[in-house]
Ligand binder design. Structure first.
Ligand code: ATP
Ligand code: MG
Length: 428
């Protein structure tokens, strides 16, 4: 892609009244555009990042046997009344359809998926089943002021699993936990994303959140020293929880827990039979009795993950994308004016494209300072600079976004760098 042809431009300042770091950088760099608080358009660069994140999630959900579906965002009132949630869920967007019909915009999909899958689950032989979607959700959030972190319209992957027994759910839940760890690692958030024990429901003692540690987070969690496990503040006063989660716990040990702020990027939950019961969705067990399937739900917000990466991994100059989510891998900057040099740059760009490398080529007629500042702001993992002097000696300047030192290398090396980074060639 040529920057001269990209549909967007960078901006020095944004008119976005949202001062959060992710909103500022993502709008200034042209990844997203704000329509109103908590409601954003995804622009070409942002769309590529979102697609990369969603594809990572898709691969990992497929790897544990999840099957992709797409459910409607527009939902009738009666399914929400069946579960008693029409009046209980305070963030539910309600609207009137033709004929004064009461409708809702889906904030989550238990009410849709349970009766939908019940149609295919008659016997224990039909279980287990796991379906998921990656879709736009709507929540009437009161505090939509953190860019992509808290949207009123946002992206969610929600997987729902159905099992014949609690034991089968427990085993799948473990697999899902492992898949979530892989997702956050691939998104560059491994190590700083902690498996966090949070309050459960009637059917399970805990739910599990994936919390990315950052001073910009809204949630408060307590990290168990030497582990990648944490306890959400909401259950920290429960002595039984502490006894269970802190090895060799003695009263007072909770003072050793490290209190940190974090962003909830994922949440998995054992639902039990509550939704199946609401819809009278039973199945015939192996012993011939009627039972309800035991369900689990597994949520993750791709748009919030994108905002979290922008929030946590950026520096004062701009965004820093990890390899697997970056919109392009190489930012190719030409700093030459003469026709013969421009021709050389064009040739290098075309050659990289022909090899399937994903390149953003700054071919604009702009000052060097502006081009380099934009490269930092946009935040691609690798920057390749072609200047008059380097080109004359058959070399180029290469720098990683996260490093301060650059290297001058002969042009033949460009090929080597590219092939050393398999992920630079765009698979999609
Ligand atoms: P929170 O406590 O932050 O409001 P939640 O616990 O209500 O979130 P879930 O219902 O568990 O969220 O949703 C699953 C995932 O969807 C969350 O872990 C998060 O990644 C994402 N998500 C939830 N609400 C939002 C939102 N308003 N904007 C963006 N992503 C969201
Ligand atoms: Mg949650």
């Amino acid at each position: 892609m040529r920057l001269s042809e990209l549909a967007t431009k960078t901006q020095k300042q944004t008119s976005d009244s949202d001062v959060s770091r992710n909103a500022q950088f993502l709008t200034r760099a042209g990844y997203v555009g704000r329509l109103m608080a908590g409601v954003y358009s995804f622009l070409p660069l942002g769309m590529r990042v979102l697609n990369n994140i969603e594809n990572i999630i898709r691969e990992e959900m497929n790897s544990i046997g999840g099957q992709e579906i797409l459910m409607p965002a527009l939902q009738p009132k009666d399914i929400w009344e069946k579960t008693g949630r029409w009046d209980k869920v305070d963030i539910l967007f309600k609207l009137k359809g033709a004929g004064d019909r009461d409708l809702a915009l889906g904030p989550t999909h238990e009410e849709v998926v349970t009766p939908l899958m019940a149609g295919f689950i008659q016997s224990y032989r039909d279980l287990p089943k796991a379906v998921y979607q990656i879709q736009t959700k709507f929540r009437n959030e009161a505090r939509a002021k953190s860019g992509l972190l808290r949207g009123r319209e946002f992206r969610m992957k929600d997987l729902y699993s159905f099992h014949a027994s609690q034991g089968d759910l427990d085993a799948f839940y473990e697999q899902a936990t492992a898949a979530y760890h892989r997702i956050f690692k691939r998104c560059g958030l491994g190590g700083i994303t902690l498996l966090t024990y949070a309050s459960g429901g009637i059917f399970s003692r805990y739910s599990h959140e994936f919390q990315t540690v950052t001073p910009y987070g809204e949630d408060v969690i307590y990290r168990v020293p030497g582990t990648e496990i944490a306890i959400n503040k909401e259950i920290i006063d429960d002595q039984d929880v502490l006894k269970e989660l802190i090895p060799g716990y003695k009263p007072g040990d909770e003072k050793n827990l490290e209190e940190v702020k974090a962003i909830e990027v994922g949440n998995i939950f054992k639902l039990g039979t509550r939704f199946a019961e609401s819809f009278s969705a039973g199945f015939t067990a192996a012993d011939g009795t009627q039972r309800f399937p035991v369900m689990g739900c597994y949520g993750i917000g791709p748009s919030r993950v994108m905002g979290t990466i922008a929030e946590c991994l950026s520096d004062e100059d701009g965004l820093v994308w990890p390899e697997q989510v970056a919109p392009y891998h190489i930012h190719l900057v030409s700093l030459v004016n003469e026709a013969a040099d421009i021709e050389k740059c064009e040739k290098i760009y075309k050659q990289l494209c022909a090899e399937g490398v994903s390149v953003l080529y700054d071919d604009r007629d702009a000052r060097a300072g502006e081009k380099l500042a934009d490269a930092d702001l946009i935040g691609l993992p690798h920057r390749v600079i072609l200047g008059k002097k380097t080109l004359a000696t058959g070399s180029f300047e290469w720098k990683k976004r996260i490093e301060t030192e650059s290297n001058i290398l002969p042009l033949e090396k460009l090929q080597e760098i590219v092939s050393a980074h398999e992920s630079m060639t765009f698979p999609f």
